[in-house]
Design a binder for this molecule. Structure first.
Ligand SMILES: NC(=O)c1ccc[n+]([C@@H]2O[C@H](COP(=O)([O-])OP(=O)(O)OC[C@H]3O[C@@H](n4cnc5c(N)ncnc54)[C@H](OP(=O)(O)O)[C@@H]3O)[C@@H](O)[C@H]2O)c1
Length: 285
C-alpha cells in the first residue's frame, strides 16, 4: 500500500504513519519542516523496522508549494492508495485588536488555508493518480468542533484578507466534512472513496500552539489520565484508511459512524458553493 500523510511529523499524523508502516505500507510524510520530518522518520523506522518512509516538502500556507509538491508526487509515484489530509492549525495568528487573521502569502486566512483550501487543492491535483490506483481513499481529519458553526458564508474579493468570515478553526473543520461528502458524491463510480475522521481529544502539539507552556504541563496529566495519546488517537484515521465496507462521505469517530456531525452537511447547495469557491480560490478553474 502506498500512503501519503499530510502533517505526518507529529501528533495524529505521525501516529497514523506508524500504524501504516507496521502494516508494511510505503509512507510519504508531507511536511514543511525537513528536520522535524527526518526525526519522525528515524522514530517510525526504529519502532516499525519499515525502511520505506520518505519525506517530501509541503507547506500548506502556500498554494505554490502545494502545486510543486503535487507535481513531484505525480512524477515520482506510480500509485497512491491512501491520501490522509491530516495537517491542521488553530486560529492563533491573528491581530490582537479585532482577531482578524494574518493572511497567508496567497492572501487568505492562514487557518482556513491550511485546514481546508490547501487540502482541497492537493486532493484535486492528485485525483487522477488516486483514480488510477483505485480502489483508493481520501481521509480528511476534522474535529468534533465541526458541529459549532451555524453557517458558512463567503465574502469574495475583500482586499488583502479575502474571505474574512472564514477565519475560524471551527469553520475549517466544518469545511472538511462538507468537502468529504461532496468528494464522495463526485467520485461515485470511480473507486475513490472519502471519509472524515473526528479523532476525539488527543494530547498533541496543537495544544501548545493555543495555550501557555505551564498550562500544557498541567493539562498533560489530565490528558494522560482521561484522553488518548497519539498512537491510539490515530486509530480511527487508520481504520478509515484500510477497513473494508465503510460508507463513503461519512464522518467516523471511534471506528464507527459519528453521531456528532453538523446538520449543514446535508445542505447540497452549501457543499457545492464551498466546492466552487475553493476551485476559484485555488485557481483550479
Ligand atoms: N489533538 C486534538 O485533540 C485534535 C482534536 C480534533 C481534531 N484534531 C485535528 O487533528 C489534526 C492533527 O492535529 P494534531 O492534534 O496531531 O496536532 P499537531 O501535532 O500540531 O499536528 C499538526 C500537523 O500539521 C502540520 N502543519 C501545520 N501547518 C502546516 C503547514 N503550513 N504545512 C504543512 N504541515 C503543516 C504540523 O507540522 P509542524 O510540526 O511543522 O507545525 C503537524 O505535523 C488536525 O487537523 C487537527 O485539527 C486534533
Amino acid at each position: 500500500m502506498d500512503s501519503l500523510t499530510v502533517g505526518g511529523n507529529s501528533g495524529i499524523g505521525k501516529g497514523a504513519a506508524i500504524h501504516l508502516a507496521r502494516r508494511g505500507a510505503r509512507v510519504i510524510l508531507a511536511c514543511r519542516n525537513a528536520q522535524k520530518a527526518q526525526e519522525a522518520i528515524t522514530e517510525i523506522t526504529s519502532c516499525t523496522g519499515n525502511q520505506n518512509i520518505v519525506f517530501r516538502k509541503l507547506d500548506l500556507l502556500s498554494f505554490k508549494s502545494v502545486r510543486e509538491f503535487a507535481d513531484r508526487i505525480l512524477q515520482e509515484e506510480e500509485r497512491l492508495d491512501v491520501l490522509i489530509n491530516n495537517a491542521g492549525i488553530p486560529d492563533t495568528n491573528t491581530h490582537d485588536e479585532d482577531r482578524t487573521p494574518f493572511p497567508s502569502e496567497d492572501g487568505y486566512s492562514q487557518s482556513f488555508q491550511v485546514n481546508h483550501f490547501s487540502h482541497f487543492l492537493l486532493t484535486n491535483l492528485l485525483l487522477d493518480l488516486l483514480k488510477k490506483s483505485s480502489p483508493s481513499r481520501v481521509v480528511n481529519v476534522t474535529s468534533r468542533l465541526n458541529t459549532a458553526p451555524t453557517k458558512l458564508d463567503f465574502t469574495v474579493g475583500d482586499g488583502n484578507v479575502r474571505y474574512p468570515k472564514l477565519t475560524h478553526y471551527t469553520k475549517g473543520k466544518l469545511a472538511n466534512v462538507l468537502f468529504t461528502k461532496e468528494l464522495a458524491k463526485r467520485m461515485e463510480g470511480t473507486g475513490v472513496t472519502s471519509y472524515s475522521v473526528d479523532p476525539g481529544i488527543i494530547f498533541s502539539n496543537i495544544w501548545e500552539k493555543q495555550i501557555t507552556k505551564w498550562k500544557v504541563h498541567a493539562m498533560s496529566l489530565i490528558f494522560w489520565l482521561l484522553f488518548c495519546d497519539e498512537l491510539s488517537g490515530s486509530e480511527t484515521t487508520v481504520y478509515c484508511a484500510v477497513e473494508e465496507g465503510l460508507q463513503s462521505g461519512l464522518v467516523y469517530f471511534d471506528c464507527r459512524p459519528s453521531r456528532h456531525v453538523n446538520s449543514l452537511i446535508e445542505n447540497d447547495e452549501l457543499r457545492e458553493e464551498l466546492w466552487n469557491v475553493s476551485l476559484e480560490v485555488t485557481d483550479l478553474k
